[in-house]
Design a protein around this ligand. Sequence first.
Ligand code: C5P
Length: 293
Amino acid sequence: MRTRWSGPTLVVDTPAKLNLHLSVLGRRPDGYHELETVMVAVGLYDTLLFDEVSRGVELRCDGLRGPMAADESNLVLRAARLLFMTTGCGRGARIHLTKRIPMQAGMGGGSSDAAATLVGLNQFWGLGLSQAELHDHAARLGSDVNFFLDSTPLALCRGRGERVEPRPMCGPFWFVVAKPAAGLSTSAVFGQLDLAHCARSQCSELLDACQSGDVGRTASLLDNDLEMPSRELSTDLSAVLDRLDNSKLLGRRMTGSGSACFGMARNRAQADGAARRLREQGIGDVYVVRTAV
Ligand code: C5P
């Protein structure tokens, strides 16, 4: 996440994520699932602008295809209201969100926006909250929000996903992301999951491969227990995965609960070539991204 001042406006660019590994370990008494997942931050950014208003929090939201609803379900408003209520801050803010990270894609866009709101308003309102206090708020907002708070390129995340252990990596790694038109709801995918089919595979070898910057080995170790239930819910997703299988990219996987999928490339030139061919096949939105914070 990158923050800068432009006159009186605070500007925050906040990245997307991809899951290189996602193991579902079991169902918890609170209805959530216990996870072990490896996430990388990638350079596809939403942008939030913070401006002063006399009181309250206003949100305007633009997507790639025009204005979007900025209602109570938007995690930005929920994050802002949480800070407003818990700190008793008397100041106001107008937030302008420009969405570039696709939604219902498993790329953490909503969570990243929520984390950017916590970090941005902490700075904009001069709240002086510690990183630990921000993490407490993040965990209340959603499972992936904590990952984005620390601007770490790679992390092993446990629990619901909110317990984040930053890990070293030697990058950059290049990815081609393909997002079919239809998104997938996280709760629907978890609802479709059959725990008996979860591989519960280890991620230590993958973390070693990331640390040594070995793209080929990393690509061969990609894993996601949610891919099977997501495929059952979306034929578009299966089509995208088949196209990625037939591309010259290294290993391919779905990210998070989908519906975006990605393949790894040896370098930018290979990623650009594969993305061009996938776009010609008209399989949805295609992005070339690299690891970035
Ligand atoms: O935490 P978040 O709001 O992103 O999760 C959305 C839904 O996904 C939850 O309501 C739950 O149904 C499911 N989920 C889960 N286990 C997780 C994360 C999410 O079952 N670790």
